[in-house]
Design a protein. Structure first.
Lengths: 88, 178
């Protein structure tokens, strides 16, 4: 049950989140600009939307699953100091 | 961004804004294309006949019959944002009561650039009637070939391809074809 939940949640670490955010913003915007000029050059609106659609599919495949490259900086917690009773 | 759902949410928000911007850019880009179609329009004959009005069995109604020749090249209007052209022939005149009328009596939809060269010699496709039942006292009519450019994205644009140089008078109504 917990493993299924973990699989569906697909957690990534903080560095991975930063990377994903950057990819999602810049890749989608640059793809739109590229698709626009390509379609304009070839005078084909179909080409614009085909290129944009395929590109978005690739971006989604990169971004959505929790690939190992987004989990290369796991959070390292400090060692536990133990309870107050033990320290005294 | 930590879970799949957060990532889907984030990327779909980016996508919707980007697609809006892309569509706006395409819509704006069609203002760059300002090609003017060329051609000629010749009204071969205009005849007016009296007939029975539809729906009113005993009322008389005049019908105009227009024969025309069109040769027009509308292919410059096709660019990447052109979905189709609606091409139509319009008669513009003021009737005896002083009402300005614009009547479309022939049209055609052009979907492909290959079909954009129009060479038609024909007659009116739709009944050309005067709303006051009689053409008598109307001003001479101006005949024009006009088009509506329907884009994939953006605004519908209108234009005039050809105009007949001189307005043409409506002849007197005849009761029967000789």
């Amino acid at each position: 049950m917990t493993s299924l939940q973990k699989y569906l949640e697909g957690k990534i670490d903080f560095e991975g989140q930063k990377l994903v955010e950057r990819i999602s913003h810049y890749a989608v915007m640059e793809l739109a600009i590229f698709a626009f000029f390509l379609g304009f050059l070839f005078q084909s609106i179909q080409m614009t939307f085909m290129v944009f659609g395929v590109g978005v599919g690739i971006v989604l495949a990169i971004i959505i699953p929790p690939w190992p490259m987004f989990n290369q900086h796991p959070v390292t917690w400090l060692p536990s100091k133990g309870t107050k009773e033990k320290q005294q | 961004m930590h879970s799949i759902y957060a990532r889907v949410n984030n990327v779909s928000a980016t996508l919707s804004s980007t697609v809006m911007a892309l569509l706006a850019a395409i819509a704006l880009s069609s203002f760059i294309f300002t090609a003017q179609p060329t051609g000629s329009l010749d009204i071969a004959s205009v005849k007016v006949f009296a007939g029975e009005a539809r729906r009113y069995p005993h009322r008389r109604q005049e019908y105009a019959f227009v024969n025309f020749n069109i040769t027009a090249d509308l292919s410059p209007l096709f660019h990447w944002n052109t979905k189709q052209l609606f091409v139509y022939l319009e008669a513009e005149y003021t009737n005896a009561k002083g009402v300005r009328n614009q009547v479309i009596f022939w049209d055609r939809i052009v979907r492909r650039q290959e079909d954009a060269v129009i060479a038609v010699s024909g007659k009116n496709k739709y009944p050309f009637r005067e709303i006051s039942a009689k053409f008598k006292g109307s001003t001479p009519a101006n005949y024009t070939l006009k088009y509506n450019l329907m884009p994939f994205v953006g605004v519908l644009t209108h234009g005039e391809a050809v105009r007949v140089t001189d307005p043409i008078d409506f002849p007197l109504a005849r009761e029967r074809v000789e």
